[in-house]
Structures are given as structure tokens and as C-alpha cells.
Write a protein that binds this ligand. Sequence first.
Ligand code: NFS
Ligand code: SF4
Length: 646
Amino acid sequence: MSEHKTIDVAATQMLDKAKEIGFLTTFDRAKAQEPRCTFGNTGICCRICLQGPCRILPKKPGGNKGICGAMDYTIVARNTVRYIAGGAAAHSDHGREIAQTVLHVAEGKLKDYEITDTKKLTAVAKKLGVATEGRDVLAVAKDVATLALQEFAETDETKELTWIKADCPDDMLDVFRKTTIMPAGINLSLAKLLHQTHAGNDSDPVNIIFGGLKAALCDYDGMALATDLSDILFGTGVPVVTEANLGAIKADKVNIALHGHNPLLSQMVVKAAKEMQAEAKAAGAQGINLVGICCTGNEVLMREGVAIATNFATQELAVLTGAMDAMVVDVQCIMPSLRSLADCFHTKIITTMPIMKIPGSYHFAFDEEHALDSAKEIIRIAIDAYKNRDVAKVSIPDVKHSVVAGFSLESMMSIFAKINPENPIRVLVDAIEAGEIKGVALFAGCNNLKGTHDENHFTIATELAKQDVFLVGTGCAAQCFAKEGLLNGEGVKKYAGEGLKKLYARLNAAAGLTAELPLVFHMGSCVDNSRAQQLAVALGKEMGLEYRDVPYVATAPEAMSEKAVSIGSWNVAMGNPTHVGVVAPTVGSQLVNDVVTKIAEDVFGGFFFWETDPVKASARLVEILEERNWKNAMRKKARDAKAEAN
Ligand code: NFS
Ligand code: SF4
């Protein structure tokens, strides 16, 4: 076992290099933060007003409450839902920007973008109730984008969000309404939550949590519209074959990393790079090589087959290869440390968005009206930087795996349709009903250096595969699988149980793809968790189950960001048992912890559970799926017996 807290061989090599040359990385900084403050770690530190920080100190007279009298449960509940507000704001603002761009395209204001996927546009319009018959594509796109923007602008509390209504089954919507968590406007709900959790406002932990869940549903809404509109704008993912890990960086090419979340610029960089290979060659390189990091990487992987360099925790290591000429970043999950690291190399860190700048790094204000020109200028900066590359500093780990990705729900269904053209989802349901597979598990979320990088992702995925669970993934979890060789047919051979292998044999025989299907179906970026939820909904519908009985679980084995908290929270509200592999910010209050881990199940069907040990977490996830299958079988038996008696 290496001294570094990662299971990634390429990362280990780079961390050795960092040590040799005396660079401190995020791995060192994580160590420096130990031991953690228990108050902060368990959520019982309040900094909501300037009298704080207040901690819960039960042994001191008066210390069992904050200065204002806030109890542990109020403090924990407020802190937790404020994470949700942050996550939902990030996801939905990303969605809003895409919607704005679609609107501008529809109005003929942007020359570099177009409506690429008219089939998806029609499907989205239909689900939202927008007329399509005999109408111009741009007119339909305008209506859809306008509806999306209205999700943010709505201030009438009696109006319900359109995307949620279109995407969720009726029994689920009924629960949202009964528990008063059905949101109206996104901006309204997020502002309300900040208001609700202001000092001296709501102190009822259950009421605060319900406010948080409303915001979590806004998170879903924002990401669902981000997914739909990105597909409309750039195309819906189809299976692609590429590669992943630091070995995807090429010594003889101009390397540009696309990092962040929003595909508006990165799609243009992909387009521009195709046109600019000659310029790179003129500078002495063999061409331009694009690689992705974090969810921008996932977006361009899904649609363009761009290779993955690495995931969140190891983003610095891409620079450390010495062969990264430019890293183009947009928003979210970008470490501020990148700039100082880049200073030691020739690498240009290029920030591009008005709300994401790094002191001292190069800022190139992305201009959507001249998007392609912006992308070209950025590539020229990279080509110039390449000329300054110091070959003596280059060391690229010879580590990479082949990757089959690009599984939008549509592309998954078109593979299933090769077996059952009338009813593609039936293929998965048949496998569940035959007991070949136990159900579906979604892997989502980040890296968290409180644990070992990628270890929880890898262990839980391979354990569940052995236990015949069908796996889908997004975000940095999916990138771990890409780097570790689980996104190819070899992964199936190595890790799938017998039942799962049988399903794959049928799928591979029918799919007619050049490459075998991967152990985990990579469904995209974190906003694409909406795709996975639609898979759960489709399963429930076809199996004739209530939303809360579907054999579907979610896990965020290495959750880090506020966005992960909001994704987990809507998963729970939407009936999904949800595992988190790090110490949760709710454990400081028994009451709040019980609400989210136990009472949530009675109300919503979904619940959280925390387990840092990946083997134990896997066992529990399998147990939950088995429980759901058993209950469903018993209910069916009872129904059949009743029908026979009548
Ligand atoms: Ni999701 Fe994607 Fe990764 Fe976590 Fe960050 S990139 S949006 S937040 S760290 S999975
Ligand atoms: Fe302390 Fe209350 Fe202020 Fe929180 S809101 S910091 S508990 S006084």
C-alpha cells in the first residue's frame, strides 16, 4: 500500500513526483487539517449570526444552547439545509444559463450555437405541454426556454414547478404536495430557505428540513432542465469509445483540459480544436489533445467522446504532469490551488466566467455572442504555452483504461430496444423479475479526502456488481470508474456476478456496438442525475410499483460538495434509499439524524444512511434492494391470492 491516500496508480506516481520536488497538494493539505474539530464535523457549530460561532457545550451551564437559545437540532438542521441551498443554487444557475442560451438561439441572436437535437426538443416540448405540430423548431425552442426561465422567475407560491410536474409520477407529486415541499419558483424557494434559516427565525428542525427538501426539489428541477436543454443544444449522448486517466494526456500534443461544469464554452472548444489542428502542428506539436476533468469533462465525454484526465481530488495532478498547456475552467469544483501549482510549470489556468476567478490567473471573459472566436483564442493561448513547455519537467504516467460511455437514458433505451423494440425498459424489468439482477444502483458525487481517494467508489461498485446489481454512474464517481477500468467489457468479466453477466451477454449480442458494454453505464455529469432518476421512474412504471418501492438505490460514496447534499436530499424525497460514505453533517443532533435516516422513510419512502466502510455499505445497499424485492413479491402474492378468491 502506497503512503498516498489514493487507489489510483497514476495519481500515486504523480504524488511521488510532488513529494520529490516538494509540492504540497490537496492530499497534504487534507492531512494538515487533521484532527478535525468535532463541533464543525458533526454540524453543531453555528455561525449564522455575528454572535457566533456558538458550539453545543452540554457540560457548561447554559452551554447546551447557542447564545440565542438555539438547540443542537436547530443548528444542525439550519446548517444542513443551507448546504442544500448552495447546491441547488449552483445546479439551477447552471441550468438557467443554458436556458438563456437556448432562448438567444431561438431568437436568432447567436451565430455559433444551434438547436442540434430536434427530436429531444420535441420530446421535451411534449412533456411540458408545448405545442409542436406544424411549428417551427425555433418557435418551439423559444417556448421551452421561456418555460425554463419562468421556473426561476415565478413568485406566485401557488404555481408548481413545470419540470418536476412533468418528470415525477402522480403518487410522488401527491406526497410532495401533502408535505408542503412542492416548490413554486426556484429563486423564490431558495431565497425563502435563506430567510427561514436566518438568525432568530425558524427553530423547528422538522419545518427547517422540509424547507430544505423544497430547495432540494428545486435542485432536481434546475438540473433536469439543464440536462434537457443541453441535449437540445448540443445533442443527446450516444455510446462513445475513448480512454481515461492521466495517460490520456499526450506528450507530443498541445494538451488542453476542460474543467468545471457548464458545457457552453467547452463545446465550442471541442469544435474549434477540430479546426485548429494545423495551427498546433505549425507550433511543432502533433495536434491538439483535449481531456476532461470533473463534470465539464463528463459533458464533453458524453457528447464528443473527449477522454477523461482525472476527477476532483486529483485535478492538480494533471498540471503536475508538466504536459498540460492550458486548463480552461468555467464554474464549480475548481481548486484555487491550481494557479500556484501552474506557476511552477508553463501551464495557463484560464478562468472564463464572471463568478469564478482565481487571483493571479488569466481571465478570459467568455462571450456567448462570439463563442467560437473565444474558444479559438483560448486554444491559441494553449498553443503559445506549449511552445514554453519544459520537456525536462514532463512525466505522464503510462496509465489509462479504455472507456465506453455516453449513456443518456435515450441511448440506453435504444440498446434495450434491440432486444425488446416495443418496450425497451422491459429488458431491465425482466432481469429483475427473473432474479438475475437485484435492481439498480446509482453512483453519484465527488471525492472527499477525509477518506482514500476513489476507494469507496471502486469497492462499492465492484461489490455490488458481484451481487448482481445493475450500475449507473455520474459525476466524479463515474470518472473513478473510467480511470479504474470499470467502464469497459473487461470490468464486466472481472467483477459482474453470474446473473448480471447473463443480462450483459444478451445486451452485447443485441447491441451491435463495436465495443462491449461497460460494467457501469456512465450517464453523464452531476446535473445528469436527473437521467438516472428518470430511469428509476421508468422502472417503477413498468413494474407497476409505487415510486417508493422501486428496487433502486443511490450512493454518494465520497460526497464532498453542497451539490452532493442537495442531490442526496431529493433522492430521499423521491423515494430512494441513499448511502453517503462520509460522516454526515447531521450526526450532531440525534433528532435531526433520526429524521433523515429513519422518519424520512415513513414519509417519503427514501432515507439516508451513513457508512464510511465500503464493504459494510455495499452489504447494506444489497440488503435494501433484497428487502424491496421481497416486499414487492409478497404484495404480488397477496394480490394474486385475492384475485383467485374473487
Ligand atoms: Ni458533482 Fe461534478 Fe465532482 Fe462532486 Fe464536483 S465535479 S457536479 S460536485 S466533485 S461529483
Ligand atoms: Fe449563536 Fe444563535 Fe447566532 Fe447561531 S444564531 S451564532 S446559535 S447566537
